[in-house]
Each structure stands twice: as structure tokens, then as C-alpha cells.
Write a protein that binds this ligand. Structure first.
Ligand code: C2E
Ligand code: MG
Ligand code: MG
Ligand code: MG
Length: 278
């Protein structure tokens, strides 16, 4: 009886496992095809100045508009793309697309800085240096209008190489933001040695700002940022009270639904213009 049950369970688990593997294989195949089929699109979320309320930039966030799967968010496919290496090709597309958008918006009188997420695997790929400089050189974009967002995960990998590539980006004239700060592996020595311009405080800290312990973390990060002459930006701001709090502790910028969700290009243009005339 027990043996029978065990066997049935075994079959159940292998079936679940098979299903998982099959789903992953299908997703892998579909997301590569999606690039050829032009199913990816960049959305843009404003970065906002705390004091003036002005839009100081925008972060490019990828979306997959799949005819079969519907609208797929990056949390579904970016982790797999990082695992199987497709992120290199996809991420390079994102960089090119964001650069094109910067130039198009500049022509329309919206000369804003665009932040681009670059995955660790993409940044450490041997071709990245060439890809980055080629895209920048050939487009003629002002490098200071492109900001590269990295995560602390990078510091765990090939430190010498990471340092060299980040210095290359920085020397070229682009800025570097440390995304999701506080959730990963940062140590003060990295903040000192690496050419980081902006610190993005992760949403998990901002969710907790109203508690005594939570506030200690936020305020410590902001103070540290000020001391190290970093531009600190708070992520995931959804309420007015949070913006007021940021102002009271001297945090200069934020990003979050309180200002706007990520928007497609048309929506962003409308929002930006309406916002300017507020
Ligand atoms: P991230 O870079 O930390 O981006 C911020 C995420 O927080 C975005 O989710 C954004 O929509 C969400 N967010 C912004 N404000 C709020 C808020 O007030 N409340 C809440 N609940 N969420 C907010 P999204 O677009 O789903 O992206 C998730 C992650 O996927 C990104 O986190 C980034 O790590 C990754 N990702 C997105 N686009 C790209 C890309 O082009 N390349 C790479 N390598 N990664 C990307
Ligand atoms: Mg980001
Ligand atoms: Mg983030
Ligand atoms: Mg994140």
C-alpha cells in the first residue's frame, strides 16, 4: 500500500517536473522569437525631483506583448533570460532602443536622461564594451543623457572586470546607478571604489519608512549617500506622505506610482507635457 502510494507520488512529481521543464523550454524559445517578431516594447517611468516635483529622468522598463501569452512582465522572463544568456542579446536591444528614444525625445524638446537596466551577465560579456561604445558613437547621443542601472549582484562577480567596465562607462560620460540598494551584497568599500553616481533605495525600505526601525534604515542610507556625494533616489513611492517624509530627511528624488506607473512612449509624452504645465 505504502509502496503504491510512493510510486503514485513519484509519478506525480515527475509529471510536475516535466511540465515545468517543458514550460521553461517553451518560454525560452518564445522569448527569443519575440525579439525577431518585435514583440518587446520599452515603457518609461518618470524619476521625480522631491522638492520641485519636476521630472528629472525616466527609467526604461521592458515589456513583452506576446500574441500567445498576453502582456508579460519582466519578472517572468528576465530571470530566465539571465540564466540562459539571452539577456545579452535582449539587453543590447534595450540599450539601442533607449538611446534611439532619447534622441527622438530630444528632437521633440524632451531632452531627458534615460536610465537603462543592464544585467550583470550582459555587463560582463566580453562584447559589452564594444557594443556600448558602438551604440553611443554611432547614434551620437549625449552620453550624459544615458544612465546605466546595475545591481549589487555585480560586485559578487569578477570584481576587477566589473570595475574596468564601469570605469569605461563612466569615463565615456554616462552615469551609473546602483539599483535595489540595500537588498544585495554591497559593502562600503564597493561604494568607494566603484564609480557610482546614484543610489536607488529599494522599495522594501520605503514600505517600512513609517516604523521606527524602518526609518532608521532609510535615514542611514540617505545620510551615507550624502556623505559619499551620491544622488539618492527612493524607489516604490506610492503615497504623498512618503514624498513629504523624503523631503524632511533631504532625499532629493523618487520614483513610484505616486508620480506615475511605467508608461508607453505615447502615454509618457502626454504625461510629460501635461506635467510640465502643472
Ligand atoms: P527595477 O529596475 O528595480 O524597476 C523597478 C520596478 O518597480 C519596475 O517593475 C516598476 O514598475 C516597479 N515600480 C515602480 N514604482 C513602483 C511603485 O510605486 N510600487 C510598486 N509596487 N512597484 C513600482 P517592472 O517594470 O515589473 O520591472 C521589474 C524588474 O525587471 C526591474 O526592477 C528590473 O530588475 C527588471 N527589468 C525591467 N526591464 C529590464 C531591462 O530592460 N533589462 C534588465 N536587465 N532588467 C529589466
Ligand atoms: Mg532599475
Ligand atoms: Mg529597483
Ligand atoms: Mg527591482
Amino acid at each position: 500500500e505504502a509502496k503504491k502510494k510512493g510510486r503514485a507520488q513519484y509519478h506525480f512529481y515527475t509529471e510536475v517536473l516535466n511540465k515545468k521543464v517543458q514550460n521553461t523550454i517553451a518560454l525560452d524559445k518564445d522569448m527569443r522569437k519575440a525579439l525577431e517578431n518585435k514583440e518587446y516594447e520599452l515603457y518609461y517611468q518618470p524619476k521625480t525631483d522631491v522638492e520641485s516635483g519636476r521630472i528629472i529622468g525616466a527609467e526604461a522598463l521592458i515589456r513583452w506583448n506576446s500574441p500567445d501569452r498576453g502582456f508579460v512582465g519582466p519578472n517572468v522572463f528576465i530571470p530566465l533570460a539571465e540564466e540562459n544568456g539571452f539577456i545579452i542579446e535582449l539587453g543590447n536591444w534595450v540599450l539601442q532602443e533607449a538611446v534611439n528614444q532619447q534622441l527622438e525625445w530630444k528632437q521633440k524638446g524632451m531632452d531627458i536622461t534615460i536610465s537603462v537596466n543592464v544585467a550583470t551577465k550582459q555587463l560582463l560579456d566580453n562584447a559589452f564594451e564594444y557594443v556600448f561604445t558602438s551604440i553611443m558613437d554611432m547614434s551620437g547621443v549625449d552620453p550624459s543623457k544615458i544612465d546605466i542601472e546595475i545591481t549589487e549582484y555585480l560586485f559578487l562577480k569578477e570584481t576587477q572586470k566589473s570595475l574596468r567596465v564601469l570605469n569605461m562607462i563612466h569615463d565615456y560620460g554616462s552615469t551609473i546607478s546602483l539599483d535595489d540598494f540595500g537588498t544585495g551584497y554591497s559593502s562600503l568599500s564597493y561604494l568607494k571604489r566603484f564609480p557610482i553616481d546614484n543610489l536607488k533605495i529599494d522599495k522594501v525600505f520605503m514600505d517600512d519608512y513609517a516604523t521606527e526601525d524602518g526609518a532608521v534604515f532609510v535615514e542611514t542610507i540617505v545620510k551615507m549617500g550624502q556623505t559619499l556625494k551620491l544622488h539618492v533616489i527612493a524607489e516604490g513611492i506610492e503615497e504623498k506622505e512618503q514624498v513629504e517624509y523624503l523631503s524632511s530627511i533631504g532625499c532629493v528624488a523618487y520614483q513610484g506610482y505616486y508620480c506615475s506607473k511605467p508608461l508607453n512612449v505615447n502615454e509618457f509624452e502626454k504625461f510629460y507635457k501635461a506635467y510640465l504645465t502643472l
